[in-house]
Design a protein around this ligand. Sequence first.
Ligand SMILES: O=C[C@H](O)[C@H](O)[C@H](O)COP(=O)(O)O
Length: 262
Amino acid sequence: MSGDLSPIDRAKFVAAKRATDFVDDGMRVGLGTGSTAAWLVRCLGEMVRDDGLRIKGVPTSTRTAELARDVGIDVISLDEAKWLDITIDGADEFDGDLNLIKGGGGALLQEKIVATASDQMIVIADAAKEVEHLGAFPLPVEVIPFGWQTTQALIEETLISMDVMGRTSSLRMNGQVPFITDEGNHILDLHLGRIGNARQLALVLNQMPGVVENGLFIDVCDIVIIGYGSGKVEVRDINEGTVSSQQIDFVENDNLFADLAD
Ligand SMILES: O=C[C@H](O)[C@H](O)[C@H](O)COP(=O)(O)O
């Protein structure tokens, strides 16, 4: 069964599987969104069912909430949890300082709120997500639908004076209609190429009227767990650098792969 998975899915799976080592009984856990975070939710679901793990999960999107309930995780809202022990989520890019671009799936707003309300944030990612400079992945910016074209023009004008290569942006679409986030907003994807000063750009974007949040996560992530198609998985800590490297056995986890195929 595991042999049916692509190398990229194997990499995502091993990162997610390793991240479950950081989840203890009784924890309130922020559950990220996206294909890598979905692996985590499935792995945690298996631990809830088979090992009696008791956790409360706070999902970062309606998609994740549905999946978490499906696999048997006790789902609560952030307001019920108030504060979280840990959040585990995917990312579109991460750099050497563990700063991130997120929001490829449009869930950046809830993801940032949840991650920021956590003692610890762990990113799980395949090795292709690592970059020297953030920005090759288009930077998602969540904007209010009212006057979005004016907001877009303001953003593009501001980018001219910033340390970025590209200055164009596009409205994210869902087929023929604009993509709508869980909060009822639109997403503008900024095609920047390379962001020089990500910290400054994140602040400037959030000061603009019409902008709700941007996909730059600066000083939010504590640990990145990097998965490889070979089954190798590496844990990188913001303070200590690479702290462990190990191999995850695909055969042992065949039941999870079988779930995926169902
Ligand atoms: O809005 C989506 C999230 O930020 C995802 O965590 C991010 O796009 C990574 O997704 P994936 O794990 O599918 O590459």
